[in-house]
Design a protein around this ligand. Structure first.
Ligand SMILES: NC(=O)c1ccc[n+]([C@@H]2O[C@H](COP(=O)([O-])OP(=O)(O)OC[C@H]3O[C@@H](n4cnc5c(N)ncnc54)[C@H](O)[C@@H]3O)[C@@H](O)[C@H]2O)c1
Length: 351
């Protein structure tokens, strides 16, 4: 029988309760041995609910436990860096929630530490795991769209007041570091190219009353020469998560939330519009009937963690490696800097 991978989870908040623990408990390759959260009452209750044998208020009790192989970090984004560095120096493999971290300096230090320690690190980019996203990636990689020249992404929602009661979410970067990591991850991964320059507009659309980024539009230039815009908002009365991809040989309209894409070549007629609408309706109806629709992106922690476990066992590259997390962080930080300075930001950094 194959040896189990012992997991210690750090953070017992919204994403752990709604996504990580059920995914981990469903994977026969792993065993959740311990959980830690600075909130003692919360961690005690979660340990009881999910039958986790050990719980602590001090995360170091898990990081320094020699019987733990993999640390799953699900704490506020600005706490990831210290926890990752500590875990890497203890020789632990690391699964970390998006975004990798909140400054480019920290991202580069994480990369150096992880590489030096020779451990594996994977960033949780679960929106990438909608099967429809893999289908689109395959179409692009096989050249069906020709050379990618442009992209347009949307990540729009209403204010996420019901997600967590904790106030850390409303730090200066807020929506930019919360929702944008999912969209920027897809826009980098689908195009397979780094971003070279970033320019962002918007910020606090309430005229300064909220005091954090709640709506922004980012213009990006890729190293490949392609251009892109990404609009990210917490203040729209709808939920959309889409990426349109434009190539010299055709376009794809990817609606991630509705698990549907439509590929277009040549002139689009009203008949094509009917086909698009019918295809999407059938697709969504199927997901509603099999009850997957309402789980949305929460369905995709399990396949992502499974792929990461395979990369650990087979010593292959992680599905979302640290290098990619660094690039996403660089775009987010570049956008933040651009919002403040109103300048184009060059993403030239070396490690
Ligand atoms: N992948 C996704 O779809 C998704 C969705 C939401 C949030 N997230 C990410 O997950 C992370 C956590 O978000 P959340 O919504 O669960 O937040 P949350 O506020 O609900 O939970 C965070 C928990 O971490 C605990 N904590 C804070 N500092 C700690 C420390 N140093 N050691 C141990 N525990 C500590 C808090 O007490 C809290 O219980 C963030 O990085 C966020 O960006 C990812």
């Amino acid at each position: 029988m194959e040896e189990l991978i012992n997991v210690g989870v750090i953070g017992a908040g919204a994403i752990v309760r709604r996504g990580h623990l059920s995914a981990l408990k469903d994977l026969p390759e792993v065993e959740v041995k311990a959980i830690a959260d600075v909130n003692e009452d919360l961690v005690k209750n979660i340990a009881r609910e999910f039958q986790i044998p050990n719980y602590f208020s001090d995360p170091l009790k898990i990081i320094e436990d020699p019987s733990i192989d993999l640390i799953d970090i699900c704490t506020p984004s600005n706490t990831h860096c210290d926890l990752i560095k500590h875990a890497a120096r203890q020789g632990k493999n690391i699964l970390v929630e998006k975004p990798l971290t909140t400054t480019i300096e920290d991202a580069l230090e994480i990369q150096r530490t992880v590489v030096k320690a020779g451990v594996k690190l994977n960033v949780v980019q679960n929106w990438r795991y909608f099967p429809v996203v893999f289908q689109v990636k395959e179409r692009i990689d096989k050249g069906y769209l020709g050379k990618i020249v442009g992209m347009q992404g949307t990540a729009l929602t209403n204010f996420p007041a019901g997600w967590t009661r904790n106030k850390w979410l409303y730090h200066e970067g807020a929506a930019l570091f919360d929702f944008a990591p999912h969209l920027i991850d897809l826009m980098l991964w689908l195009n397979g190219s780094d971003v070279k320059t970033v320019y962002a507009v918007g910020g606090d659309i309430s005229g300064g009353n909220m005091g954090f980024v709640n709506h922004t539009q980012i213009i990006m230039e890729y190293a490949s020469g392609a251009t892109a815009t990404a609009i990210i908002s917490w203040v729209t009365e709808c939920f959309t998560f889409t990426v349109d991809v434009y190539g010299t040989g055709g376009n794809i309209a990817l609606d991630v939330r509705n698990a549907h894409y439509y590929e277009m070549h040549g002139v689009q007629t009203p008949l094509d519009d009917i086909r698009k609408a019918a295809g999407k309706t059938m697709r969504v109806a199927k997901d509603v009937l099999n009850k997957n629709y309402f789980k949305g992106s929460l369905l995709y922690f399990k396949p992502l963690i499974k792929d990461f476990i395979t990369s650990i066992k087979e010593n292959t590259e992680e599905p979302v490696p640290v290098r990619h997390g660094v690039m996403v962080t660089a775009v987010l930080c570049g956008a933040m800097e651009s919002l403040k300075t109103k300048k184009h930001i060059e993403l030239n950094f070396s490690n």
